[in-house]
Structure formats: structure tokens, C-alpha cells
Design a binder for this molecule. Structure first.
Ligand code: ADP
Ligand code: MG
Length: 249
């Protein structure tokens, strides 16, 4: 056995023929891809770059929209090398679907517009002065009202059968004083049989406790209490309606 793994002929052929991009697309190429795919007609600039995606402010036939493109490569925590993620189109599809589902249940989220491959467009949350800021950057004027609106939104989301697994002051925008929840890519659909029921419930419970704990710490600075346990219990009861059994102790 050779020590160095080598590429077999079919892999080499794929790389050469361009079917498998072997490096991360540069921003200009991502922008080009967004325009070529017909998702947007113009890209104004980057709104944010997170762990897995680039987010742009763009225009689609005269309307200001936000385009989110999942990266094709990400850094593996285990090997620290770049790994090709086949899952990016799936993530874009999942986020698009969850946004559609959530906005259908009147949860304050950006409305999804269109999707192509690893990218999708959604409603722009902001005004002519710029995108709505993340909660972590804002000094709230009425923190108590905001907290209760946020809890209401989280409960509505659970009611729709969705648990956000990355809910933090990074993924909550403050738009005209009200919360808008974003970044649903890793959300759990708890109303679907994916894994066994108790596992879904257990994952949902862990994610909820984590998120609400972080939000409780955030609101402590305003002296606003965030009653985490009652809320988690209520939401889990709600989720249980979908047929999940009790989580193991
Ligand atoms: N619909 C939107 N309207 C305005 N700004 C947005 C919108 N979606 C995302 N953003 C901005 O882009 C940032 C990154 O988006 P997010 O969906 O959280 O991507 P990531 O998965 O990379 O964290 C957000 O924190 C927010 O500031
Ligand atoms: Mg985010």
C-alpha cells in the first residue's frame, strides 16, 4: 500500500472537467453564481459572513432582497483540513423550507423568495439606512416587551413544529423595535419522523434549554427575567403533540 493516497482516474477526470470545484469560490465568483443562476439581478455588497455562508444585500427585479449562499467547503474540526460538503444544497433547501413554514405560521422571520442549488433569496429585514442590527449590538428601549415578543415567536415556532438549534443574540435581528428570527438552517423539524421520537424530543429539549439559557443571560443585563423552565416545559408539551415520547432521564 502506498503511504500517500492518490487520486484515481475517475476523480482526476471529475476535478479536471470542473464537476467538482476543488477550492472555495472567491466572493466574486459567488456573486457571479448568484446572478447567473437568476436569483438576483445585482449584488450590492456583503451583509455578513458567518461560519458556513455568505450573506449579501442584493436586488431582484427592482426589489431589495438578501441572498444567502452556503459555502461549498468548510473546515473540518477534526482534521482541520478543507472538506467538501455535499450537504450545502440540502442546507439551503432546509433553511428555505423552514422559513416558508415558519412565515406561514406567522413567526417573524424573513420570507423566503427563491432558491437555486446552495443559495436562496429572502426578504430584506431593514430599511433605507441599512440592515436591521443583530440583538447583540442593540441597546433595547423596551427590553421587557421585546423579551415577551421573542418568547412568543419561539413558542409560535415550536407550535409550527420547528425548534431553532442556534438561537442566540447573533441570530435575532431588531427591526423597528421588534424581533425577527433568522438563520434557521440547522433547525429541527420536530413534527416529522426523521429519527426516533425520543431522540428528536431530547435534541429539541437540549437545543431549547441552551438557547433560552443564553437569552436569559442576555436579558439579565436589563434585569428582565426569562422564565426558561416554564417555557421549555410548555414548548415540549406542544412538541409532544406531534407524537414524541418522553425523553430519557
Ligand atoms: N433577511 C435578512 N435581512 C437583513 N440582514 C440579514 C438577513 N439575513 C441575514 N442577515 C444578516 O447576515 C448575518 C448572517 O446571516 P445568518 O443567516 O445568520 O448566516 P450564518 O449562518 O452565516 O450565521 C446576520 O447576522 C444578519 O446580520
Ligand atoms: Mg447566524
Amino acid at each position: 500500500m502506498p503511504n500517500e493516497p492518490y487520486l484515481d482516474a475517475s476523480v482526476r477526470w471529475k476535478l479536471k472537467s470542473g464537476l467538482v470545484p476543488f477550492r472555495e469560490l472567491r466572493t466574486a465568483e459567488v456573486v457571479e453564481q448568484l446572478i447567473d443562476s437568476g436569483l438576483v439581478t445585482e449584488v450590492y455588497g456583503a451583509v455578513g459572513a458567518g461560519k458556513e455562508a455568505d450573506v449579501f444585500l442584493a436586488e431582484d427585479a427592482g426589489r431589495v432582497v438578501v441572498a444567502k449562499a452556503y459555502r461549498l467547503y468548510r473546515t473540518s474540526h477534526r482534521t482541520r483540513g478543507a472538506v467538501k460538503s455535499d450537504g450545502m444544497a440540502r442546507l439551503a433547501l432546509q433553511e428555505f423550507d423552514l422559513l416558508a413554514y415558519a412565515s406561514g405560521h406567522r413567526v417573524p422571520v424573513p420570507e423566503p423568495i427563491d432558491r437555486e442549488e446552495n443559495a436562496f433569496t429572502m426578504e430584506y429585514i431593514g430599511d433605507e439606512d441599512g440592515p436591521a442590527p443583530q440583538l447583540r449590538r442593540v441597546e433595547l428601549e423596551s427590553p421587557e416587551t421585546f423579551a415577551s415578543e421573542l418568547l412568543d415567536a419561539i413558542e409560535r415556532l415550536a407550535h409550527a413544529g420547528i425548534v431553532h438549534t442556534d438561537l442566540s443574540p447573533f441570530n435575532i435581528l431588531v427591526h423597528r423595535g421588534h424581533p425577527v428570527i433568522i438563520d434557521l438552517g440547522q433547525g429541527l423539524r420536530v413534527d416529522r419522523l426523521g429519527s426516533t421520537p425520543w431522540r428528536r424530543l431530547y435534541e429539541a429539549q437540549t437545543a431549547l434549554q441552551h438557547a433560552l439559557g443564553a437569552l436569559a443571560r442576555y436579558f439579565a443585563r436589563y434585569d428582565v427575567a426569562f422564565d426558561t423552565s416554564t417555557v421549555v416545559e410548555g414548548i415540549l408539551r406542544d412538541i409532544n403533540r406531534w407524537g414524541g415520547a418522553a425523553a430519557p432521564e
